[in-house]
Every structure is written in structure tokens, then in C-alpha cells.
Design a protein around this ligand. Structure first.
Ligand code: GAR
Length: 220
């Protein structure tokens, strides 16, 4: 018997490799989700080409079309509600999400960021980590709260910085881990295993504490 698929909306702004990793995980049967809608704030985002290729509905909703952030937020709320999505997945969405949107989908919006938060928030987190000279960095999936690149952590992957790295090779290596942990986290939501308790996330049945590298990952 076919199990239930978690209906999701994915928000993008650019090339959409994380979106692609979600599409691939769904198509290969590892991820029990269905992308009901992709939202982009940019009509030229390459991610939209991926939607066309895979027959995924999308809407372009640029913030500059609206007088206020609040009105933009209302349009985003409407679009997600209409789609029937129960989880909003920010995948390289390079705009600060309006507070009314976050309130409307409290604890149901997730983001991926290419650093071990709370280090290196904001733009070019990989370059920031490279310039700082850390020896370990990685990526983080977290629940979205109004403060940028903050909110309860759901999963992190550790990525070493190697002596011959450039900011670009490091970013590429981090991206490979993004493509593993993001579908895994969405699968946890699909399985109803994500709990928020006292401002922290606990994933029921996840294997914690088995470092090095990406302890909790089961399928990816
Ligand atoms: C990813 O590296 C993602 O972690 C980052 O943007 C890239 C999008 O790539 N997001 C942020 O920095 C959010 N603060 P993609 O379009 O190929 O998925």
C-alpha cells in the first residue's frame, strides 16, 4: 500500500541544487513527500527550469511587486495555503521571510544554511568560514524564526576544511552534505518524528552522538 506523502512547498531564489536533491529523493522513493508548489522571488531562477523538467507547479512572487513586506507575506501565505503544503522548505531562498508568514506557519518552516550555526550567519557563509580559517565547518537545517539564520537546529553535518581548499572547493563539499541532510530532515517530518520542546528540536528515534560526520542520517 502506498503511504501518505507529506505535502511540501519549496522556496528558491537561484540555481536550485537543493531543490533538485529533494526532487531526486522523492523520485527514487527515499523521501515520502510531494512538492505541491515551488515559490521563487526571481523569475529567472534556474530552479524554475528544474520545475518545468519535472512537472512541478511553481509561482514567482517577487517582494518588489508589493508595497510592504506584510503584503508580500500575505501573498506567500495565500500561495502556500492554496497549495495544501504542510511544510515550507527554504532552499536557497535569499530573502528575509516576512514575520506574518513565519507566524502563519510556526514550526513548519525549515531552512538550510551552509555553516555550523550559530557561526557564520548571512551571505557567503562558506567564504566566511574559509577566511576565518576554521578547520571544521558544515551545514545546518533549522526551524525558521524571525531572526535571520537562527532558530532551533534540526540537523547538522560536519565538513572538514582541507589544506588545499579554496572557498569554492569548500562550498562544493559542503553542498554535497546539504544534499544529504535536507531530504533526510524532510523525511523525518514526513514520519512525524520532529518535536519542538522548550525551544529545542528532538527527532524521535534518531541516532545522536555518533560522530564523526553526520550521525543521525539514516537514508541519505
Ligand atoms: C545553498 O548553499 C544554501 O545552503 C544557501 O544557498 C545555497 C543555495 O543553493 N542558503 C543560504 O545561504 C541561506 N542563508 P541551491 O540554490 O543550489 O540550493
Amino acid at each position: 500500500m502506498e503511504g501518505r506523502k507529506l505535502p511540501i512547498a519549496v522556496f528558491v531564489s537561484g540555481r536550485g541544487t537543493n531543490l533538485q536533491s529533494i526532487i531526486d529523493a522523492i523520485e527514487s522513493g527515499k523521501l515520502d513527500a510531494e512538492i505541491k508548489l515551488v515559490v521563487s522571488n526571481r523569475s529567472k531562477a534556474y530552479a524554475l527550469k528544474r520545475c518545468e523538467k519535472h512537472g512541478i507547479p511553481y509561482e514567482v512572487i517577487p517582494s518588489k511587486k508589493f508595497k510592504t513586506h506584510q503584503e508580500w507575506g500575505e501573498a506567500l501565505i495565500e500561495a502556500v495555503k492554496r497549495s495544501g503544503a504542510e511544510l515550507v522548505v527554504l532552499a536557497g531562498f535569499m530573502k528575509i521571510v516576512p514575520p506574518n508568514f513565519i507566524e502563519a506557519f510556526e514550526n513548519r518552516i525549515i531552512n538550510i544554511h551552509p555553516s555550523l550555526l550559530p557561526a557564520f550567519k548571512g551571505l557567503d557563509a562558506q567564504g566566511q568560514a574559509f577566511d576565518y580559517g576554521v578547520t571544521l565547518t558544515g551545514c545546518t537545517v533549522h526551524l525558521v524564526i524571525p531572526e535571520l539564520d537562527s532558530g532551533p537546529v534540526i540537523a547538522q553535518a560536519v565538513v572538514p576544511v582541507l589544506p588545499n581548499d579554496t572557498a569554492e572547493t569548500l562550498a562544493k563539499r559542503i553542498l554535497e552534505h546539504e544534499h544529504r541532510i535536507y531530504p533526510q530532515v524532510i523525511q523525518w517530518f514526513a514520519e512525524g518524528r520532529v518535536r519542538v520542546d522548550n525551544g529545542k528540536v528532538v527527532v524521535l528515534g534518531a541516532k545522536y552522538g555518533t560522530l564523526p560526520f553526520n550521525p543521525q542520517l539514516e537514508r541519505f
